[in-house]
Design a protein around this ligand. Structure first.
Ligand code: NAD
Length: 338
C-alpha cells in the first residue's frame, strides 16, 4: 500500500537532511508518493511568499506532510511560517519525545512532552501602549486558553499514555500566579486525570519547579503535558538532556492534517556543507510511519538511526564524529531495509 505525502524540503540544511530521510524511508519498503512543495525562504525566492497556496493545498489533500526546517524571513509582513501552518491545519498537539541515544551527562531518558500548539501566549493578540515620547512604552500580549483547548490536549496526553503503555502524565502549569490562563489548564487537567484513575497515574507541577526537576531527577517523568509557551521551553530543555537538537523529532498533530519535522531550525551556519545530522528528521519520519500505521517500519527506521550512531559509531560533527550527512544516511538506509 502506498501513501500520498507532501514533502517540504525547506531551507538551509533542510534539502540535505530530507534527501537522506526520503532514501531511508524508501529502504524500509514503505512506498511514499512524495508531492514536493516549497515553503520558507525557498518559496519566497521562487513564488514571493513563504507559504504558497499550492503547498497548503497539497497538505490539505494529503493530510500528512514531512517538513524540513523553514527559515522565517526577517522583516515586516512575515508571520512565523510554522505558527501559520499550525493555525491553518489546527495542529493542536505537538509531540516531542526525548530519548537517550548516546549516553552523555544523562542516561536512560525517555520522556514525551505533549505541548498545546495553538493557544496560550502564542495567540498573536498583542499591542503596544504608546506614550507621548515612547511608542513602545509598554507591550501587551494576551494569553488565551479555552476549556475546549485544554481538554483536547490533556485528553490527547492521557490517550497517548494509554496507547503507548506509559505510566504517568504530569500536568505542567503556573496556576498559582496565572490564575485564569493556567488555572483553567490545571482545573481541566485534574478532571480529565480522574477519568483515567487506575489506568494512568497523574500529578501536577508548577513550571519553574518542573524545569528544575527535569535536570535534577528526570527519571520521575514519563509524559508531560503543557500549555504552548511552557511546552516550547521545556521541550528544548528535554532536547538538551538527550544530546541536543540534532536528535529530537517532533510531530504536529491536527484535526485536518499532521506535519512531522525535526525540532531544530534550518542551521544556516552549516547549510550546504553536507555535515548536518539528519537523525532528528529521520526520527520524525519514524513518527510519521507510526502515524500511517506502518509501526514495524517506523521501529526499524528508529532502530537504524540508533544503531548507526551507537553500534557503528558513525556520527556527524555535532555528535563529535566526522561522518557526512550522506555517509550517515546511507548507513541508516542499509540498516533500515525490510
Ligand atoms: N521547525 C522549524 O522550521 C524551525 C525551528 C526552529 C528554527 N527555525 C528557523 O531556523 C532558522 C535558524 O534558527 P537558529 O539558528 O536559531 O536554530 P537552528 O536549530 O537552526 O540552529 C541552532 C544550532 O544548532 C545547530 N544545528 C541545528 N540542527 C542541526 C543538525 N541537524 N545537525 C547539526 N547541527 C545542527 C546549528 O548549526 C546551530 O549551530 C531561523 O530562521 C528560525 O526561524 C525553524
Amino acid at each position: 500500500m502506498g501513501y500520498d505525502v507532501t514533502l517540504i524540503p525547506g531551507d538551509g540544511i533542510g534539502p540535505e537532511i530530507t534527501d537522506a530521510t526520503v532514501k531511508a524511508i524508501a529502504a524500509t519498503g514503505v512506498d511514499c508518493r512524495w508531492d514536493l512543495q516549497l515553503g520558507g525562504m525557498a518559496a519566497v525566492e521562487k513564488l514571493g511568499t513563504p507559504i504558497p497556496d499550492q503547498t497548503l493545498a497539497s497538505i490539505r489533500t494529503r493530510r500528512v506532510a514531512l517538513k524540513g526546517p523553514l527559515t522565517t524571513p526577517v522583516g515586516p509582513g512575515y508571520r512565523s511560517v510554522n505558527v501559520a501552518l499550525r493555525k491553518e491545519f489546527e495542529l493542536y498537539a505537538n509531540i516531542r519525545p526525548a530519548k537517550t541515544i548516546l549516553p552523555g551527562r544523562y542516561d536512560g531518558i525517555d520522556i514525551v512532552l505533549i505541548r498545546e500548539n495553538l493557544e496560550g501566549f502564542y495567540s498573536g493578540i498583542e499591542h503596544w501602549i504608546p506614550t507621548k515620547d515612547d511608542p513602545h512604552a509598554a507591550g501587551v500580549t494576551t494569553g488565551v486558553t479555552t476549556r475546549y483547548g485544554c481538554e483536547r490536549i490533556i485528553r490527547y496526553a492521557f490517550e497517548y499514555a494509554v496507547r503507548h503503555g506509559r505510566q504517568k502524565v504530569t500536568i505542567v502549569h503556573k496556576a498559582n500566579i496565572l490564575k485564569m490562563v493556567s488555572g483553567l489548564f490545571l482545573e481541566v487537567g485534574r478532571a480529565v486525570a480522574k477519568e483515567y484513575e487506575g489506568r494512568v497515574a497523574a500529578n501536577d507541577m508548577i513550571i519553574d519547579n518542573c524545569a528544575m526537576q527535569i535536570v535534577l531527577r528526570p527519571e520521575q517523568f514519563d509524559v508531560l503535558v503543557a500549555t504552548n509557551l511552557f511546552g516550547d521551553i521545556l521541550s528544548d530543555e528535554l532536547s538538551g538532556l538527550v544530546g541536543g537538537l540534532g536528535l529530537t523529532p517532533g510531530a504536529n498533530i491536527g484535526t485536518t492534517a499532521s506535519i512531522f519535522e525535526a525540532v531544530h531550525g534550518s542551521a544556516p551556519d552549516i547549510a550546504g556543507q553536507g555535515i548536518a545530522n539528519p537523525s532528528a528528521q529521520m526520527l520524525a519520519a519514524a513518527m510519521m510511519l507510526d502515524h500511517l500505521g506502518e509501526v514495524e517500519a517506523g521501529l526499524r527506521l528508529r532502530n537504524a538511526v540508533v544503531d548507526t550512531i551507537v553500534t557503528d559509531g558513525i556520527r556527524t560533527k555535532d555528535l563529535g564524529g566526522h561522518a557526512t550527512t550522506q555517509h550517515f544516511g546511507d548507513r541508516v538506509a542499509a540498516r533500515a531495509q525490510g
